[in-house]
Write a protein that binds this ligand. Structure first.
Ligand code: NAG
Ligand code: NAG
Ligand code: NAG
Ligand code: NAG
Ligand code: NAG
Length: 319
């Protein structure tokens, strides 16, 4: 470790000496602040002019693929940047260098570290469109658009981190992850929600810039979207119907009990009432509803039947 530091110091001193010598022999000083600006796989090398030497200076900028030699892209340019995008592969590994030139003299090169395109490029935000559908919100997410190749041909195993909150309640934000570009969230009806999404790549665990915050209101509840609610309603309706039927059957039972009282009656009357009950049962099976009227006329003959008469007729009419 100590030895390494010593070597580093020695090399550094040597470089400084050489630079001093260059200055002495009238060579150009190098461009300064050389940097790579790479966004969505576009790549621009940028630098500042050397100090005190701004007149008649041009620059030469080159790139080097991993196992090949340097190739020039910008020559005799007076700009302080060079666009490399069209030369590069999104899965490539490159180094870049630039020097100042004037007539027949040139500065020493200033190089960059190796740049791994798919790892080091900055990924821009995805774009998000919101489509409210009842109380649901549909998010359609578009991948960031790369300058070279499509996003999914470079990155796979993508996940979207979706953060959303009720407008004005950002501190209560919720978030979820989804690999899908179309996500439907069940939210509260008639409420304004805001959304922000970013992409996470499987390789290098890269995170894109977050999308701009977009807000949209959900609409009123839509029943067609929730068939289980309709099923629930149907079930409730059925339960009520069954309840009513039970009530009716109970009332019929009461009437039947009334028609066959416990007290013994004269034989001919019992027979008559049995007949009556048979016709009542037949009426229940709804094959001969006209028997109802039959019954009414005969109940006139009874002494105590006036009260029980009317509900029976009412109920059968309902059936
Ligand atoms: C640039 O010029 C200024 C004076 O104009 C001088 O102080 C400075 O040392 C010079 N820098 C270089 C790198 O030559
Ligand atoms: C810049 O170039 C012009 C002609 O091309 C020349 O006249 C001028 O002297 C040069 N300036 C310097 C500082 O070399
Ligand atoms: C760049 O400039 C040099 C001289 O300064 C000239 O010989 C050469 O042709 C120029 N190259 C281009 C591509 O303009
Ligand atoms: C999504 O990103 C936010 C902000 O970086 C973070 O707080 C949240 O935990 C993430 N959600 C998930 C599900 O990872
Ligand atoms: C996909 O990425 C997630 C993390 O974002 C990781 O947990 C998972 O193992 C990856 N799956 C594949 C098949 O690469």
């Amino acid at each position: 470790m100590y030895f390494g530091v010593k070597i580093y110091v020695f090399v550094k001193l040597l470089c400084l000496t050489l630079q001093g010598a260059a200055a002495v022999f009238g060579e150009l000083p190098s461009p300064t602040n050389v940097r790579i600006n790479s966004f969505n796989m576009g790549l621009v090398l940028e630098w500042n002019a050397p100090q005190n030497h701004t007149e008649n200076i041009t620059y030469r900028a080159e790139y080097k693929p991993l196992l090949r030699d340097f190739e020039v892209v910008c020559l005799n340019t007076t700009a302080h940047s060079c666009e490399f995008t069209s030369e590069l592969n999104p899965l490539g590994i490159y180094s870049f260098r630039v020097r100042a030139e004037r007539e027949r003299s040139a500065s020493s090169w200033v190089g960059t570290k190796e740049f791994i395109m798919d790892e080091h490029t900055i990924l821009g935000p995805p774009s998000v469109t919101l489509v409210p559908d009842g109380a649901d919100m549909e998010l359609n997410i578009e991948d960031p658009v790369l300058r070279i190749k499509t996003f999914r041909r470079v990155y796979n195993n993508l996940t979207f981190n979706i953060t959303y909150w009720k407008d004005g309640q950002e501190e209560k934000a919720e978030s979820m992850k989804s690999p899908l570009q179309k996500v439907v969230l069940n939210l509260e009806p008639l409420t304004r929600y805001c959304f922000q999404v970013y992409v996470l790549t499987g390789r290098f665990s890269k995170q894109s810039q977050p999308s701009i915050v977009t807000c949209e209101s959900t609409k009123a509840y839509s029943w067609e979207k929730h068939p289980w609610l309709i099923a629930l309603g149907a079930f409730a309706g059925m339960a009520v119907t069954v309840g009513v039927l039970c009530l009716i059957v109970w009332r019929c039972y009461r009437v039947a009990r009334f028609l066959k009282p416990k007290a013994t009656l004269p034989e001919h009357l019992t027979e008559f009432l049995l007949d009556q009950r048979r016709s009542f049962l037949a009426m229940q099976s709804r094959t001969q509803p006209e028997e109802v009227y039959h019954e009414v006329s005969i109940l006139f003959l009874g002494t105590e039947t006036d009260d029980g008469d009317r509900p029976l007729v009412d109920k059968t009419n309902h059936l």
